[in-house]
Each structure stands twice: as C-alpha cells, then as structure tokens.
Design a protein around this ligand. Structure first.
Ligand code: PLP
Length: 455
C-alpha cells in the first residue's frame, strides 16, 4: 500500500515538475524538494498522497471555514449545476441565487451596507474597489479624487490593482508596482516595528501617518483609505486598540472613503460575522471572499454603503464586471454555507467558546523559550519566533527560522504558515476543543523541534 502511494506520488511529482507553474512558489526550490500532494479532506483534516493525516491549521488559505466534506455545500452545488450551471448578471439580468445572496448578505453586514457587487475572488474585489471608488468620486463631480492610501505589508490580492494596493515589497519589485495614485503608509505592527514603545501611542502614531499623507498629497486628491481590520498574510497583525478609531476620525474629517478588506476577517473568523463590527468601523466599502463559500467555490463580493451606492446608482452605467461575477453555483454554495453557519451558530461558537478556548491555549505557547509574543482574536492567531525571549531579539534573517518551524509542523501533521519568523494559524471555524488541543500540542512540539534544530 505504502509502495503504491509512493509510486503515485512520484508520478504526480514528475508531471508537476514538468508542466505546472505554482502560485507564490520558487520553482527550483520546489523541484528539489518535490511537490506536496494533498488528496483528500474531511472535517479539519487533510490526507496527503502518502496517506498521512494532517490537521489543517490554515483552513486551506484562510477559507475552508466549515471544514472539508460538508454535504450541504456539495448538494447545493450539485443541485445548482443541474438547474442552471451558468448565467451572467450583465445587461439587466440576474439569477435567483445572486439576488437571494445579495439580500441575505445585506442582513448580515454592518451599518448601511445594503448593496452588493459580485466578483470571482478577493483580488477582483479590490480591483473593483479601485474602479468603484474613482467612479464614485467622478459621479460627485470630483474626478481629481483618485489617490488610494494603503499600508506597507498589507495584502489585497495578486491582480495588478490588488498587488498595487497591497504593500508587499517582493510583489512590488516584480512588474513595476505600485500603480500611479496608490500610496502606502506604515503598518500598525507593534511587535515588529514598535518594540519598546507604548502600544497605545504607537497605534495613534501609525494612524496619524494617514493624516500626514492626506495633507502631503492634498485632501482634494485623496479618494479612499483601504485596510484589513487584522492584516492576515502580513502576519496576523492585530492593531493596537487606539488605531482604528483614529483612522475612522481621519477619514471622516477629510471626507475620505473607508474601504475595509475582510477577505480573511469576514464570515466569523474573529467571532463576528465581520471584524468591522468588532472594531466598529462603519466602512463605505467592504470586500469579502474566501469564507463566503468556505472556499468550496470561487466567489467574492464588494459590499457598498448607502452613500457610495447612491452615487453609483445615480451615476449611469458602471463599465465593470466579470464573466464569473456571482457565478450561480458559487452563490448557491454561499447561501448553503451561510444557512449552515446560522443553523449551527458557528459565529457565536467562535465568539464565546472555541475562540476564547484557542486563544487561552495559544497564549500558553508564550512561555516557550523561542516565543517572543503570542496574539490572536477568535480563530486566528500568531506567534513570534525569537532567538532571545528576554530581549525579544529576532533570529538572523538568513536562518529561515519560520520555515524550519513550518516544516517540523507539517511533518508532525499540522499545517502552520510562516510569514518570516511569525507563525500563524487560522483553522476551520468548526474546529472542536479536542482538535484545538491537538493543534496547540503539535505547535508546541514543532517549537521544541525548531529549538533543537536552531539552538
Ligand atoms: N484580500 C485579502 C485580505 C486577502 O488575504 C486575500 C488573499 O489571501 C485577497 C484579498 C485576495 O484574494 P484572492 O486570492 O481570492 O484573489
């Protein structure tokens, strides 16, 4: 049996090396090591081509919120494929699934967000944001309001506009990014950039960089500020409590639209349907994807608040849309996903039970000699690997401590992700207390092995 697994794995690895270019992957490094092949998922677990069971501590890419193998979602997709596998939303047409989903989302969203524009992904949401924001200001007779302010180390996707809005240096280095009229300020990353400084003051200072940037550019040129409530791919960066209220104040004072990217935070990750509730953000635009279908189908949506919706509705045709905007199968799966989340009180459970349980257990890793900080909210968490706990001195960057820890973790049967030397987790929202114990136990073992490897 093991031999059979090995043969099938080797064959796929050879084909993969010969024909497949992977996203976010150094191909040469991959070919040396051989691609990891995931074949099956059930609940919070994955199985690889060698038959190993692995706890998926990242819910795929922060998306498989209901876990793998949910019959309700599979049946919804199958029903919709038979009924109407495709139709579009262009040219005065809809299908019941898109309209029902828009109406359902409107009941879950914070503030006055009553309108939805569907896309096929988070990146497409952010491309849509750039076009929508600029079009909105043009409808208000202010076409010079074009500049969108984002943050260094933000992640808003991989399309041209998504990567430009994002603040990932290696992405900007490839392909001449960012685009004109997209600028960045510093992130509210206290552990990484505010060591030794009062957290509250640091949060205010980072938020006030927005005000300085607006004044530097001229408020009449600035269209919007965009941010993830908690930066995910940047390393699960939870801003100081002083940060978002100050950002809100500045956006209001200068009449700048507030765009919140909830592609990771949305759909219960933080113990709220949207993290905008937790931070009381009242955004003008809100991006969602990933958890909207628990990753079973590609789908994204931009929620639009009253003011922008009125501008768009009154502004003539918006020349924008995707063939797969609001794909009917994806919308059917999203409706089933939301129905299951409601029937099983998933968001409530994360808020009151599994979220606090995970955070308590995760915080106990803070006593490990390799850990300089733990942090988290709901079912997303991070820890910082350090060479010296007392001074919080980091490892030399060439050492790749995070990657060492990630590989140990995988070998132990847990997917943890490394962002530099920050280890992050974001498990399926259906994870049980017993599975959380397993996750944290394996993370601790991975830290022990990393210690043995590096110290
Ligand atoms: N926005 C955020 C906050 C994300 O984390 C991601 C993906 O990780 C995206 C946008 C891009 O989404 P997609 O990969 O679906 O295009």
């Amino acid at each position: 049996m093991a031999e059979q697994h090995g043969r099938s794995r080797s064959r796929l690895q050879a084909l993969d090396a010969a024909h497949h270019l992977h996203p976010f992957t150094d191909s040469q490094a991959l070919h040396q090591k051989g691609t990891r092949i995931i074949e099956k998922g059930e609940g919070v677990y994955l199985w690889d081509a060698d038959g190993n069971r692995i706890l998926d501590g990242m819910a795929g890419l922060w998306c498989v919120n209901l876990g793998y193998g949910r019959e309700e979602l599979i049946r919804a997709a199958e029903r919709q494929l038979r009924q109407l596998p495709y139709y579009n939303l262009f040219f005065q047409t809809t299908h019941p699934q898109a309209t029902e989903l828009a109406a359902t989302l409107a009941t879950l969203l914070p503030g006055d967000m009553q309108h939805l524009f569907f896309t096929g992904s988070g990146s497409e949401c952010n491309d849509t944001v750039v076009r929508m924001v600029r079009h909105y200001w043009a409808t208000q007779g202010r076409p010079e309001r074009k500049v969108i302010i984002s943050r260094h180390n933000a992640y808003h996707g991989s399309t041209l506009a998504g990567a430009a809005l994002g603040g990932m240096k290696p992405m900007h280095a490839q392909g001449g990014l960012p685009l004109p009229d997209i600028v960045h300020i510093d992130q509210p990353y206290h552990f990484g950039e505010g060591q030794g400084r009062d957290e509250h003051e640091f949060g205010l200072e980072r938020a006030r960089q927005l005000e300085r940037k607006i004044l530097e550019l001229g408020p009449e040129r600035v269209a919007a500020f965009i941010g993830e409530p908690i930066q995910g791919a940047g390393g699960v960066i939870i801003p100081p409590a002083s940060y978002w209220p100050e950002i809100k104040r500045i956006c209001r004072q200068y009449d700048i639209l507030l765009v919140v990217d909830e592609v990771i935070c949305g759909f219960g990750r933080t113990g709220h349907w949207f993290a905008s509730e937790y931070y009381d953000l009242q955004p003008d635009l809100l991006c969602m994807a990933k958890g909207i279908t628990s990753g079973y189908m590609p789908l994204g949506a931009v929620a639009v608040g009253g003011r922008v919706a009125a501008g768009l509705i009154g502004g003539g045709e918006f020349f924008h849309g995707f063939t797969y905007s609001g794909h009917p199968v994806a919308c059917a799966v999203a409706l089933a996903n939301i129905a299951v989340m409601q029937a099983e009180n998933i968001v409530e459970r994360v808020h009151t039970d599994t979220g606090p349980y995970l955070q308590r257990a995760w915080a106990s890793l803070g006593e490990h000699p390799l850990v300089g900080e733990t942090r988290g909210l709901g079912l997303v968490a991070a820890l910082e690997l350090v060479a010296d706990r007392q001074s919080k001195r980091r490892f030399a960057s060439g050492l790749g401590a995070g990657l060492v820890c990630r590989e140990h973790s995988f070998d132990l049967g847990l997917v943890m992700r490394a962002v530099g030397d920050t280890m992050i987790i974001s498990p399926p929202l259906v994870i049980t207390r017993a599975e959380i114990d397993e996750l944290v136990g394996k993370a601790r073992q991975a830290l022990d092995l990393t210690y043995q490897t590096l110290m």
